[in-house]
Design a binder for this molecule. Sequence first.
Ligand SMILES: Nc1ncnc2c1ncn2[C@@H]1O[C@H](COP(=O)(O)OP(=O)(O)O)[C@@H](O)[C@H]1O
Ligand SMILES: [Mg+2]
Length: 274
Amino acid sequence: MSSTEVEAMAPPSAMAPSYIAARDVTKVFDVRGRDKVHAVDPIGLTVDKGEFVALLGPSGCGKSTLLSMIAGLTPATSGDVVVDGRAVTAPLTDLGFVFQKDLLLPWRDVLSNVLVQFEMRGQRTDRHRETALRLLHSVGLEGMERRLPHELSGGMRQRVAICRALVHDPPLLLLDEPLGALDALTRDQLRIDIQRIWSRDRKTAVLVTHDIEEAVFLAQRVIVMTPRPGRIHADIPIELPFPRRLEVKETPEFLGYVRTIRQQFEALGVIHED
Ligand SMILES: Nc1ncnc2c1ncn2[C@@H]1O[C@H](COP(=O)(O)OP(=O)(O)O)[C@@H](O)[C@H]1O
Ligand SMILES: [Mg+2]
């Protein structure tokens, strides 16, 4: 077993402070000053540095809202979020965020879509060209640097979005259903790419998904959320060694995790067969 695999399985130190700590966080949206939508009920969540955690739950349960509160994009109604020892009171800048839509600028080529990360920060892009090219090549986009987004497949575009989220080397990566719009084969490929990038860089990663297999394949810990208003129903460590190849999905251990989680959703009334 390689040292990377051993590290991947080692439990985080009990003494180390959490990288992300959400304490009793809630979110109530005011809709046009009349209706109130309880999106997130009190949630306590901690994520260790370098950990890969999946937030798994049915559509509308508040996953994106929780991620957005971690990123400082949506203020919490109550409770607090601390990232890397600092209370989150404004949008974090030192993070990478990937959404379901790639949100590439259609008039810019691949390379300059990645480099926009630096322009937004008022930095010169020429210093970062090599880094951007290396990253694009590492996800199989060699030769695509000058293409426009509409000349790429959905999977390629999402890879560009992932490169844009990583090019400034942020310590934190937030992924909000990044593969939700892709076909099954492309999704498998990008899961492998994401796992490889995470294994290499060991950034703290939080993935939002409603796909049980995706959560079990990628994460070290799966947090199962209830239907809205979202609460944490279960917190399940996934003790499958890394690197995880696609074949792992056929192993009894993998299938056991998927079954356990499906049963949790059945108990919550999210899945029912009659
Ligand atoms: N800006 C908003 N204003 C009002 N309601 C919202 C807003 N954003 C999300 N919601 C509602 O909050 C709930 C949780 O949404 P969301 O976090 O997007 O769920 P998920 O990502 O799990 O699908 C949903 O009922 C949604 O309609
Ligand atoms: Mg969402």
